[in-house]
Design a protein around this ligand. Structure first.
Ligand code: ATP
Length: 345
């Protein structure tokens, strides 16, 4: 058998991050076609407590050299910068490596996990990840001021690359792309829509529609089955992707990829979940599905086959209603769910 060699940087981070990355490692080790070197690097609020920097330069350097990065979760609630913000090296990495496309797939594996009891949810939200309403997040705040502003940054170059990415993704699926914006109120969003309309002309094979973000929140609950690929700005995507995750069982079911032109980070869409950290309660499925996304992004035939095996193993395991972690109203521990998926592989 031909074995694919890759260098993967692992950033376990904080809270449940190390617990779910252990599941990712177990799955990678169970696939004989993968000869992956997995090297851990420090990053996160815990690293700040240890050495004074949540994202050491050596970690960034290792990320630049790696074939891909697998990230657990970052953040400890009471470890904050002086202005009150939580440390978010996972967002810094997106900006440093130019990972502009936040790819958030939402899919039902078992209708019983969905509060909507929907078995037909299968769409991908693409969230712009380097500008939008997060653009001024690092601006120092004057604590004496009675007015604070955050700016919504929309650039032509940033939007064009995002839309091209989204149209190309739509071409690999059901050829339908929905723009989610607030073009009826915000000038930045009207600009965003104009650029979308221009780029759309280059993809006549993809059907397009435009929906305001408030209506989208409604439709994701009322009629999620009608969507395939959606694209939106950073903050709207942040909010809608958590809503989307809830419709298929919660954050433990939501994988993600942050993709740029040269690098990519794969991680569960959830945070460090301090409420359940260290208790073996974390659902590892989001992380395991993120590994499948990484393999698909690599693109080699062996990787695509391995990704298919992971997806099929997850599907088979989750079909059984007894196979559920506490977030899915079951009692399996993180390692028990991981073992079931590894056995199914
Ligand atoms: P962030 O802002 O860093 O994305 P957050 O504050 O939005 O994080 P999460 O850490 O994602 O929050 O947790 C939100 C809820 O989802 C918590 O109740 C947490 O326990 C739950 N949760 C998150 N991830 C998992 C998981 N893998 N398995 C089970 N429950 C999870």
């Amino acid at each position: 058998m031909l074995m694919v060699k890759k260098q993967i940087v692992m950033l376990p981070g904080d809270g449940i991050g190390p617990e779910v990355l252990a599941a990712a490692e177990a799955v990678i080790r169970a696939l004989p076609e993968l000869d992956f070197t997995l090297v851990e690097h420090p990053c996160g609020a815990g690293e700040y407590l240890r050495n004074g920097d949540p994202l050491p330069a050596a970690t960034i350097e290792a990320c630049r050299k790696a074939d891909a990065i697998l990230l657990g979760a970052m953040g400890i609630p009471d470890v904050r910068w002086a202005d009150g913000r939580e440390m978010a090296p996972q967002i810094d990495i997106r900006e440093i490596l130019g990972l502009y496309a936040g790819v958030r797939p939402t899919k039902t594996y078992n209708a019983a996990h969905s509060p909507l009891k929907q078995s037909t949810i299968d769409y991908v939200l693409v969230r712009e990840s380097t500008e939008g309403l997060f653009s001024t997040r690092l601006r120092p705040r004057d604590k004496t001021a009675n007015e604070v502003r955050d700016e919504m940054l929309v650039t032509r170059a940033g939007s064009e690359r995002l839309f091209h990415f989204s149209f190309r993704l739509a071409q690999t699926r059901r050829r339908k792309l929905t723009l989610v914006d607030k073009a009826n109120v915000l000038p930045s969003m009207a600009f965003f829509r104009e650029i979308f309309d221009e780029v759309a002309k280059q993809y006549p094979d993809v059907e397009t529609e435009r929906i305001y973000v408030d209506a989208m929140a409604l439709y994701l609950v009322q009629r999620p089955e009608r969507f395939d690929v959606m694209v939106t700005e950073n903050m709207f995507g942040d909010i809608l992707s958590d809503l989307a995750a809830a419709t298929v069982g919660g954050m433990g079911m939501a994988p993600s990829a942050d993709i740029g032109d040269h690098h990519a980070v794969f991680q569960p869409a959830h945070g460090s979940a301090p409420d359940i950290a260290g208790q073996g309660k974390a659902n590892p499925v989001a992380t395991i599905l993120s590994v499948a996304m990484m393999l698909e992004w690599f693109g080699e035939a062996e990787c695509i086959t391995a990704a298919k095996k992971i997806r099929s193993a997850v599907e088979r395991v989750l079909t059984d209603p007894n196979h559920a972690t506490p977030d899915l109203r079951g009692s399996l521990k993180t390692n028990e769910m991981t073992d079931l998926i590894v056995s199914a592989l």
